[in-house]
Design a protein around this ligand. Structure first.
Ligand code: ATP
Length: 201
């Protein structure tokens, strides 16, 4: 089985996440995409809402796509939040499957990854989606530093840039504005019902 691994904070999950996962699935011929919410964040501020809420929103968002699943490996109490530590656990959990890691270009261009070579060694493919504001040169610089045998595992996804970000969603909500149609309907309903991200009604 060809598995896509899509890690993130998902605070909250939004439409660009889903479009990216579906694009990667189709372009890479993946059988399934695993959404892997993280408990620990190293390269950004802590999540604004709990892992339980974030998972509930992911489950609501992916419910209509039988190829999408939630994986809780990176939420375990002993998860380090480093992809280099997550991947051996996923290899154990899905023995014999091919693993394709899916990310947005900002994740690679804007932070220095711990043990990036190790990450690539655990993977069959590492695919990158374009993201507004990320310059191709910044990405190329990171990729050029990878040993050639591992560099061959990295590819860019041919898909449009999408403007949504969880930061934008949280900002709009904190200003009392609607994010309906920027997130799946189930996520919007959940945010309203649970009064998340500072909304008052
Ligand atoms: P935040 O705005 O809080 O940083 P985010 O929208 O980037 O959040 P994450 O959960 O941190 O959401 O992202 C999970 C993965 O999805 C990351 O690899 C990120 O680069 C990617 N991603 C999120 N939004 C987009 C987008 N609009 N285009 C391409 N990739 C995206």
């Amino acid at each position: 089985m060809k598995l896509g691994i899509f890690g993130g904070t998902f605070d909250p999950i939004h439409n660009a996440h889903l479009f990216l996962a579906e694009s990667a699935r189709l372009l890479e011929g993946l059988d399934r995409v695993l959404f892997v919410p993280t408990r620990v964040q190293h390269y950004r501020n802590a999540a604004q809402v709990s892992a339980e809420h974030r998972c509930a929103m992911v489950l609501g968002a992916i419910a209509t796509n039988p190829k999408f699943k939630l994986d809780d490996t990176d939420l375990r109490p002993d998860a380090t939040g480093y992809t280099a530590d997550l991947l051996p656990r996923l290899r154990e959990r899905y023995p014999g499957d091919s693993l394709t890691f899916i990310i947005g270009a900002d994740s690679l261009a804007n932070s220095t990854w711990e043990r990036f070579d190790t990450v690539l060694e655990h993977l069959d493919r590492f695919v990158i989606a374009p993201r507004p504001g990320v310059r191709a040169e910044a990405l190329q610089r990171v990729i050029a530093a990878v040993p050639k045998n591992l560099r061959e595992r990295i590819a860019t996804l041919n898909m449009p840039e999408l403007p949504e970000s969880a930061t934008l969603i949280r900002t709009l909500l904190s200003q009392g504005r609607s994010v309906r149609y920027l997130v799946p309907e189930a996520v919007w309903q959940y945010i309203v019902a649970q009064k998340l991200y500072g909304i008052t009604e």
